[in-house]
Design a protein around this ligand. Structure first.
Ligand SMILES: [Zn+2]
Length: 181
């Protein structure tokens, strides 16, 4: 490590700059569709991945033991809801390593970058495509806007108010900091 790397730490912290993405993500994620737990539905989905629903599940990407559930399609893109949510068809068994390697990458791109074998790659992509088509029911954000425009606009307005308050807090904290110098 070079001494110059300390520069990024020797800066005032901006609440708005550091937390804007987190707030956007929370507001979009909260709108995302969800499924109730239905054992038969979950069994059917897991069967369609060629796995035994009553055994320990394996990571769809690398065949190691699964430790978590990966959202195939990320919920939020550029601060907005994509339409996919917390539903079995958008959640696949995954190991922690693949989950963190995949990050916010597109699932098809991730499979292409991980699997060398062309045939295995296309088989897995076909399987997951069927899985998502059968078991995930994404919402269209425009439908929410059309069906409940008042509630939706108020919701977005609250997000904007939070942003303004964060910016005001940044201004105040700058005054406080400068006074203490
Ligand atoms: Zn894995």
């Amino acid at each position: 490590m070079k001494k110059q790397s300390i520069k990024s730490h020797l800066k005032p912290y901006s609440i708005f700059q550091k937390r804007k993405t987190t707030i956007n993500h929370a507001f979009a994620s909260a709108l995302a569709p969800t499924d109730d737990y239905n054992e038969q539905h979950v069994n059917n989905a897991i069967n369609s991945l060629y796995q035994n629903p009553d055994s320990d599940l394996i990571c769809v990407y690398c065949d190691n033991t699964a430790e978590t559930w990966d959202h195939l399609v990320g919920l939020v893109k550029e601060g907005n809801l994509r339409g996919y949510g917390h539903q079995i068809g958008n959640l696949v068994p995954c190991c922690k390593e693949c989950n963190s390697k995949k990050g916010s990458k597109d699932w098809q791109e991730f499979i292409d970058s991980e699997k060398q074998d062309e045939e295995k790659r296309s088989r897995l992509k076909r399987c997951l495509q069927t899985y998502i088509e059968h078991f995930a029911k994404p919402v269209d954000i425009n439908t929410i806007n059309t069906e409940m425009p008042n509630e939706y606009m108020e919701y977005l307005g609250i997000r904007e108010q939070i942003f303004s308050l964060m910016k005001r807090a940044d201004t105040l904290v700058e005054i406080i900091r400068n006074n203490k110098k």
